[in-house]
Design a binder for this molecule. Structure first.
Ligand code: ATP
Length: 461
């Protein structure tokens, strides 16, 4: 198999643009940094990812409840959560010649210096000591804290009272609805609340395609437990996260669990694991986070809002639950799934590119085509098969462009697991024993089988 690690990421980004997965945001106006638009195939893959996640973590369990909170929330939410303060800032430095802005911790990381937990003065000292310049070789300004929340104003007033923020994480929507869910659903502890939705961060330097963007989607769970039980449920959820990553086709050797050392933990967290993926050309970096956040968030909201966040047991015992937070970025999962699936091999003496996507994630489950598009009986029969499969699976492609070989290549490149071809055999014109059978071609092996139309749905499933 051809080794493709060299510029694999560039090939994936280019395939995604060429085949309608991901476009630059606002492209015809020169783009907008840190934003990307999902095209027809990208939105299909993204939706499959989110739906699978929901099935996996919510629908298949009894202890999870769904939620969809507003993106714009009362500004006091972010005071209580600490996001308006230094806790949600990144250290910013400017190129003193061009004015271009950079994340100081990333510039230091690029030369092997870990800046996590450093004060601004320590960052300035490290920059001086290692003679760090901007990527253009210019001098850098002193570091300052830059808050990542996007501000806006609500209503007609532009004053401080109308100030709002776009949510930088979905998690706080869950905490502020904790009481609503408890009061309406009477869940027994432990239980979780799950939410999928957009989040916004005014990243200083968006980079690496979907990896660090300003508008993205998260899939988050807050799992509420009794304090004494946190370690047991931490291990259970950790195993669930591992199983989820396998479910979306990520291989164990490309996932690394980084146990964040105690001195780097956020002040409210007693344990955090970063699930890292081995992105080609970049190496291991965060894919998802998993943190034990104690009772910090509920306690903060209880203090700031004056509303009790206590859970009351049937016997009357009251306490603030502790919380475990698995947090996934959709874009990073999307990237990892594509990196894992992207394959080059040789078939019939030619290099071919294909996406070995799990079939529950592939944009199209199956493609249907008539052998020749100018033979009405073939087309009619193929339309019947297409309609039957579409009623069953929904995401079925009709492909009658070019010759069959070209169609296979095209479907390979977008990861369609099976191609069904209706030929003269199907019509009973060649060998009568093949009447009402079709050719089904397998994406990964290129092998073809004859399958009866009656068995096709079961075969594809
Ligand atoms: P990083 O250290 O990479 O900035 P983080 O630790 O700030 O990430 P969290 O706040 O834990 O990230 O967010 C949870 C998840 O949301 C991350 O694991 C990631 O998948 C996703 N995420 C966070 N920020 C971004 C971003 N700017 N672009 C894309 N995905 C993001």
């Amino acid at each position: 198999m051809a080794d493709t690690t060299e510029n694999k990421m560039e090939k994936i980004v280019s395939l995604c643009k060429r085949r309608g997965f991901v476009f630059q945001g606002s492209e015809i106006y020169g783009g907008l940094r840190g934003t990307w638009d999902f095209g027809p195939l990208g939105v299909a893959l993204n939706n499959n990812l989110k739906q699978e996640w929901w099935k996996f973590f919510v629908d298949s369990r009894e202890d999870m409840y769904g939620l969809d909170a507003s993106i714009i929330m009362n500004a006091q939410v972010w005071e209580a959560s600490g996001h308006t303060g230094a806790g949600f800032c990144d250290p910013l430095v400017e190129d003193t010649t061009t004015g271009e802005r950079y994340r100081a911790d990333h510039l230091l990381k690029d030369i092997g210096v870990e800046a996590e937990g450093m004060t601004l003065a320590e960052i300035d000292a490290a920059i001086a000591e290692h003679k760090v310049t901007s990527p253009q070789g210019n001098q850098l300004s002193p570091a300052r804290q830059f808050n990542l929340m996007f501000e806006s104003h609500i209503g007609a007033t532009a004053g401080a009272e109308g100030k709002v923020y776009l949510r930088p994480e979905t998690a706080q929507g869950i905490f502020v609805n904790f009481k609503n869910v408890v009061d309406t659903m009477s869940p027994k502890l432990p239980f979780g609340i799950a939410q999928v939705g957009k989040a916004f961060r005014n990243e200083i330097a968006p980079r690496e395609w979907l990896f660090r963007v300003r508008e993205f989607e998260q899939m988050e769970i807050e799992y509420f437990v009794k304090e004494a039980d946190w370690e047991a449920y931490f291990e259970k959820l950790r195993a669930d996260i591992q199983a989820w990553h396998r479910h979306i086709g990520l291989s164990d050797e490309n996932i690394r669990e980084y146990d964040v050392p105690a001195n780097d933990l956020a002040h409210y967290s007693k344990r955090t694991i970063d699930f890292e993926y081995n992105y080609p050309g970049k190496g291991f970096d965060e894919l998802a986070g998993f943190a034990y956040r104690t009772d910090h968030d509920l306690r903060q909201h209880m203090e700031h809002s004056g509303v009790s966040m206590e859970y009351i047991e049937p016997d009357g015992t009251r306490y603030i639950p502790h919380v475990l937070e698995p947090s996934f970025g959709v874009g990073r999962a999307f990237t990892a799934v594509l990196c894992e699936a992207y394959t080059e091999d040789e078939m019939n003496g030619e290099t071919r590119t294909f996406l070995r996507l799990p079939k529950h994630l592939a944009p199209y489950r199956v493609a249907v085509s008539p052998l020749l598009k100018n033979k009405p009986p073939l087309v009619e029969k193929a339309r019947d098969v297409f309609t039957m499969l579409k009623a069953e699976f929904g995401n079925v492609a009709w492909d009658d462009n070019g010759n069959v070989g070209k169609r296979y290549r095209r479907q390979d490149e977008i990861g369609t697991p099976h191609c069904v071809v209706i030929d003269f055999d199907t019509l009973g014109e060649e060998a009568p024993e093949h009447t009402d059978t079709v050719t089904v071609r397998n994406r990964d092996t290129g092998e073809q089988e004859r399958v009866s139309i009656n068995d096709l749905v079961a075969y594809v499933r």
